[in-house]
Design a protein around this ligand. Structure first.
Ligand SMILES: C[S@@+](CC[C@H](N)C(=O)[O-])C[C@H]1O[C@@H](n2cnc3c(N)ncnc32)[C@H](O)[C@@H]1O
Length: 268
């Protein structure tokens, strides 16, 4: 049996501060864990360990082992991430090529973590090959039994509401794309993932830290039957969200106390 990974859960109604000493996280020691959130700090190649930890948690706390929403922001091969390698805090590990990332994504057996009607969201880059890896026959969505239902464009703007680069810029596009697929019911056979009845929406927001995506918690609820109580897992996460699960080798990075400051309205 695979050794279980360590799953830390904050079952309280309030956030707690935990101390983590892990050689992969050098920036801080104290991390704020939001109410009801759980995390597994580790390599997503060790999916069996994650599932074992989830099983243990489910037996102890009588909770389901599956999720209604699974979000992935994979470490797609990316030259700009490699270039920023020397800027502290702005880089992370990426896969060397598309073949490696495909092996990682398909090897995680995420279908074992998906509840009925599960929604799967994948942030992709603007490269056609990345989109194909998710949507082509035999690609990620197909292997998970997921049908593309929505495509969201996050338009990144300055604080003045202007796109951060020209819309027709050749290299750095001012937007990122999220593909959302819904688990197909068992009796439906393969349906091509290029269906035309895909709903398209645009999110507009100001980016902050390198590669950080907007928190989708409030936007996803209306798409799920259990909109208030749905179980969500973010894979390759870099921050924790109240009530959700996060998994990845940096999944608590932006919860370190150094990334937060007290607002004038924070009570002493
Ligand atoms: C694109 S970033 C995710 C950014 C995140 N969605 C955010 O909004 O901040 C990809 C993350 O995956 C992590 N990662 C790369 N390879 C991994 C692996 N094999 N197992 C776990 N995490 C990995 C990276 O360290 C990085 O934190």
């Amino acid at each position: 049996m695979a050794p279980s990974a360590t799953l830390i859960a904050n079952t309280n109604d309030e956030s707690v501060v935990v101390s983590v000493s892990d050689h992969r996280i050098t920036c801080a020691e104290h991390y704020r864990v939001p109410a009801g959130s759980s995390f597994c700090l580790g390599d997503c190649n060790r999916a069996q360990g994650f599932r074992a930890a989830l099983r243990e948690q489910s037996e102890q706390q009588d909770t389901p082992r599956t999720f209604d929403f699974i979000l992935l922001d994979p470490p797609w091969p990316n030259r700009s991430v490699k270039r920023t390698h020397k800027t502290a805090g702005s880089t992370y590990s990426v896969e060397a090529n598309l073949r490696d990332i495909e092996d990682l994504l398909l090897g995680m057996d995420l279908d074992m973590l998906m509840a009925d009607e599960c929604l799967v969201g994948v942030w992709i880059t603007n490269k056609q090959a990345v989109r194909d890896l998710v949507l082509d026959e035999g690609g990620l969505f197909d292997s998970l039994g997921v049908q593309l239902v929505e495509e969201w464009i996050w338009l990144k703007t300055t604080v003045h509401g202007e796109p951060v680069t020209p819309l027709d810029a050749l290299w750095r596009k001012p937007y990122e794309v999220l593909l959302l697929g819904r688990k197909r019911s068992i009796d439906r056979t393969h349906i091509a993932n290029d269906a035309t009845d895909v709903r398209r929406r645009t999110l507009i927001g100001v980016p902050d830290l390198h590669s950080r995506k907007p928190c989708l918690k409030a936007l996803i609820g209306p798409l799920l039957p259990s909109r208030e109580t749905y179980r969500a897992l973010e894979v390759f996460a870099r921050y924790l969200v109240a009530g959700c699960w996060s998994w990845g080798d940096e999944c608590i990075k932006f919860n370190s106390e150094e990334h937060w400051k007290k607002s004038d309205r924070t009570p002493e």
